[in-house]
Ligand binder design. Sequence first.
Ligand code: BV8
Ligand code: ZN
Length: 252
Amino acid sequence: MRFSEELLDRLASATRVAVLTGSGVSAESGIATFRDPNGLWARFRPEELARVDAFLANPERVQGWYTYRRDIVHRAEPNPAHRALALMETLYEHFTLVTQNVDDLHRRAGSGQVIELHGNLTRNFCITCGKAAAPDRVDAAPDGLVRCDDCGGLVRPDVVWFGETLPPDAVEKAWTAASEAELFLSIGTSAVVYPAAELPLVAARAGAYVVEVNIEPSAMSEAADEVLIGPAGSILPVLVDIARERMEDMKT
Ligand code: BV8
Ligand code: ZN
């Protein structure tokens, strides 16, 4: 795969790097993405499940869907893409990893600071009193309906559903990092979900060199300075190796 001189230079000399990941970065861990034909949404439409009204209308079905997804996530392992990003964090003075994923795999791969725009399905809480639900409780409900052991309220995953606002502190950190980045990587996202899909545009407008890594073009490819077509699990380790080599060369 050929990389531009601009990318090679920025990999070696950038001090501020920001990354946005989507479900494509977890595809090689065996976790289906959202919009590919056999993706998570293929059998269900997002509006049916990832919405507050869908949850209130049929809490058992939505809780069951997240139990199913947590089981997949618990059995999955971080892949070379996650591990390359954990390594990348150690190479730059200011490195910010922003993810739309709720699968906890960046943290499990060793990334120190992960900004979770859409929450994390391994965390759950009671919608009535807000009490966090113990992880082992949420997947072992006898009658299928998981209720808070304090007040009996319904338990939901700590993820951002459609129509819900993103966590303000995560948004603040992500938008700041994108607007200050010299190099911005958009990895494994179709860039159709807003406001997360805004981030590469924020970076481009602020003068970052924007690089997309995806197995096919996405809605943000136009805004990218460079589009690297291929699996994140193959491309990211190469980018990290190049960065380290060129940083070494610059020292000698
Ligand atoms: C909000 C958590 C409003 C839950 C998720 C403006 C314009 C249009 C619509 C809107 C807008 N503003 C708001 C909306 C509505 C909505 C929205 O964007 N809808 C879309 C569908 C049109 N947005 C919202 O509702 C957001 N909330 O804005 O609130 C508001 C404002 C003020 C006050 C009150 C309210 C909330 C959005 C968050 C929804 N939650 N997830 C859960 O997961 O259960 S979204 C879900 O989609 C996931 O988080 C996922 O990460 C995200 C994005 O999908 P991708 O990650 O990109 O996955 P996808 O399958 O699409 O693509 C995978 C990509 O990987 C592909 O490109 C593929 O080619 C690539 N790939 C595959 N394999 C690989 C690979 N790449 C590299 N390597 C590989 N091996
Ligand atoms: Zn409660």
